[in-house]
Structures are given as C-alpha cells and as structure tokens.
Ligand binder design. Sequence first.
Ligand SMILES: Nc1ncnc2c1ncn2[C@@H]1O[C@H](COP(=O)(O)OP(=O)(O)O)[C@@H](O)[C@H]1O
Ligand SMILES: O=C(CO)[C@@H](O)[C@H](O)COP(=O)(O)O
Length: 499
Amino acid sequence: MKYVIGVDLGTSAVKILLVSEQGEVVQTVSKPYPLFHEKTGYSEQDPEDWVTGTIAGLQELLQNFSGAPEDIEGISFSGQMHGLVLLDGSNEVLRPAILWNDTRTTAECRKIVETVGQERLLQITKNPALEGFTLPKILWVKEYEPEIFNKAQSFVLPKDYLRYRMTGELHMEYSDAAGTLLLDISKQQWSTEICELLDLDPTICPPLVDSHAEVGTLTAEFAEQSGLAQTTRVFAGGADNACGAIGSGILKDGKTLCSIGTSGVVLSYEASDNKDFGGKVHYFNHAAPDAFYTMGVTLSAGYSLTWFKDVFAAGESFEELLAEVGTVPAGSNGLLFTPYLVGERTPHADAAIRASFIGMDSSHQRKDFVRAVLEGITFSLNESIAIFRDSGKHIDTIVSIGGGAQNEDWLQMQADIFNATIIRLKSEQGPGMGAAMLAAFGCGWFHSLQACADVFLEEGKQFTPNPVNVEQYEKLFGVYTEVYGQTKELNEKLTAFRK
Ligand SMILES: Nc1ncnc2c1ncn2[C@@H]1O[C@H](COP(=O)(O)OP(=O)(O)O)[C@@H](O)[C@H]1O
Ligand SMILES: O=C(CO)[C@@H](O)[C@H](O)COP(=O)(O)O
C-alpha cells in the first residue's frame, strides 16, 4: 500500500494527515504552538515552532505507522496565508513571522494605495491593500526595523519556510503568492511594477511554482530527524483556503465553501480571473491548475469562540461549553455579538473596530452569550454570502468545514442564517486533506484533482434550513449589519485606551 502525507500548518497548530491510496485517513497528529500578541493588533509566531512541531508530529506518526517509511511516497502542504517570514542571505530567519491576523499596517496600506493607485492595484493583484496581506508587512519592517530589513534577501510564507527547512529549496506557489499583494494574478508573475513603485528589490520575491509541482526530496538531516525516507517526493502545496477548497471538492463552478477555523471564510470557485468584485472580496489563484476562487474573510471566527472559552470557561472543553446552545432560541433572547476582536476584513476592512455584545439583559445566562457568539460569527460570514448573492451568484448549498463544523447546533445555525443546505463531509479533514490530495495528484495517482476527489471525498450529513428560524434570522441580520456603523466611531475613540 502507498501513502501520502498532508501537512496543514495552521494558526493554532500543525495538523498532519497520513492518507492511503484509497483516500483512507490512516492517522492524524496535531502539535500546537503559541501565538504572540505583544501589543494590540500584533500577532506573531516563531517559525522555529512550526519546524519543531512538524518534526515532533512526523516522529509520532512514523512511530505508530505499521508500513515502511518508503511506502510514504509524497508529502505536500497547506499553510496559513499571508504571514511574512524574512530571510537573510543564508536563509536564516531575521525576526518573528508577522501573521495574517496582525493589523499593525494601516499606514502602510494607505501608502500602497497612494503610490500604486487603487485602480492599478486592483488591475494587477485583483485585491485591495489590506492589513493582513504580506506586502504591507514588508513595508512596515522597512520603515520601523531598517536594520533588519537591510539584511533581508528574500521573503517567504509560513508553509514555504517549513518546506525550505525540509528540502533546502526556496519557492513560493501561486495560491499563496496571490495573497502577498505582489503577484500579477493574470500574468502569474511577480509584479516588478509594484516592487519598483514601492522601492523594493524584486529579487526578494522567491521563484514561483505550481501547487502540485515537485520541488525536491527531503534533506538527509530532515529525513533523520523526522523518520521519513529521504526519497519522499515533496510537492509545493497551497494556501490553507485553497487546500480547504480542494479537500472539500470545491473544484468546479457553482461550488461554495464555509470554513470556520481561527478565521472564517466563505469561498466560491471561479473558473476565470475576469470577474469584477471591485475588491469587495478576495480574488486569488486556486491551488487547482488554471482556476481561481473568491473569498470573504471574518478575522475572528473560531477565534471568537476560543477567546470566549479561554476568558469565561477556562478548563472546559468546546463540547461542554456548547452543550446547552441548542436549548437557547434563535436570536439568543435578544443578545447580539459582533466578532471584531482583532478588527475585521469582509465587508469592513477596518483594523480599529472591536467586538461588541449588544442587548445584555439581567435574564441572560452564559448559554445565551455562547449562542450569541456563534450567531455573531455566522452573521459575519453571511455578510460575505450576501456580497456573492448580490453579484448574481446562486448559493443554495454550502460545504462546511473547519473546527466549527464539529458542532451540529452550529451547522444547523449556518443553514438557518445562510438560508442554504449545509453539507458536512463524512471524514472532515479540512486543508490537510487538500494538501494530501495535491501530493497524490503530484505523485501521478490520479489524472486530475477532481478524479482524486471522487475517490478521497464523501459527503455526509446535510442540514436544511428551518423556515421559522430563517425568518427570525433575516430580521436579526438586518440589526447585526447596523452594529458596525453604530460602533465604529466609539471604537476609534477607544483606541487610545488599548494596550
Ligand atoms: N468541538 C467544537 N465545536 C465547535 N467549534 C470548535 C470545536 N473545536 C474547535 N472549535 C473551533 O474551531 C477552531 C479551530 O479550528 P481549526 O480548523 O482547527 O483552526 P486552524 O486551522 O485555524 O488552527 C477553534 O478556534 C474553535 O473555535
Ligand atoms: O488570512 C486568511 C485568508 O486570507 C486566513 O484564512 C489565514 O489563511 C489563516 O487561516 P486559519 O488558520 O484560520 O485556517
């Protein structure tokens, strides 16, 4: 029997999947690592933690594997997007990675728009300048840490760094490069125009490859540390959302995905790059060949629930915290939550906005708060769905994945708020499965990713909208959409009091 490995380098942990030729998930291992928030708006990780976590995970996986390491034919990656890893001339890491949910770069985004021009930026990159993207982070380091920036010879994204440490080869693939704001999406090449306008040496951009491209084999050192065979074929991999889409079968027109991880996304397959969303949603290269996807992002989706659990239910599991959610009526007895804990992206690109609970009443209990948190996250994702529907997309079925898809009450809530049938996968493995599928396709086991999906993926339980809740949520969603405008100015005044 032959196997492939999918490594999902997430925000909270690295999750490793061992998958057989038949698509059976033989083993999963997860190793968490910390996230550092030194100041409000800052979010960093130590790239070394990704490497040590992955080695520890692979060691554990190999220890429990009954086959020979050589049976594992290929490995590929899914990675948290946009994070800046700056490297010197010897490819040593120059500073902690600045992550996708770090929002310190509002001034740099303004500079990009002023220098490149909003329209030209959209023409080249298909996306507006947002704090989470990589280019503003590069400009921030250039401005505030010039002694570090002057040593920088290249930059990569999180999973590219991990792959470099495994192979000794430095690359970036298109689906992740699309989230840097430096890629000419249509031409599939780095934009020297943007680099030159912003006074960046284009040679800091690494060589580009396809997601399923074979980029080498493991170094002797990494093979020894991890227990993998040195012959294991290494494939480039993709952005976590692109891989989440592959791992959920979002491989043709009309397919929509909702993923609730640390962030939350609503993602739709696009066969071409010529639609115009005016930058309202992200428009990126898919990790499937010659395809694209559009996507709205809620910065704190699962993170809002994790925050609530850590602060108000420390020591409890998610299952315990969510146990009574189904007993609270739709609308949480008049309690409304907006999930802007670290600012927001879609539809409000705003680093200063913060979360609110509106309508707290003395009758409210903890379970009302928990349901309100889930509803607020889902309302936020519904704002992205509304943008897609307004653009003419027909959305009646959505595949739901991520940590959030583990809870059936939340899946029903998604059906009721999105007014669409929600499909869960039989074995939901998220982006790690997409990474494993890229390795299986790269190894030549299948002639296409769709052929691989036909073998590897199976749809599971469906959740259909409850008309009474749909009506209730439609009204409440109208109230929810007002909260941003009503709290924007208040939050701006509060920024002076933040850490
Ligand atoms: N049993 C559960 N029920 C509902 N939500 C959960 C459960 N377990 C985890 N989550 C949510 O899923 C999120 C993590 O999802 P995951 O897809 O693993 O994220 P990431 O890839 O960003 O690390 C957590 O932030 C949490 O809110
Ligand atoms: O910034 C984005 C997408 O643009 C995020 O989706 C990150 O890619 C992180 O994803 P998770 O860790 O939440 O899966």
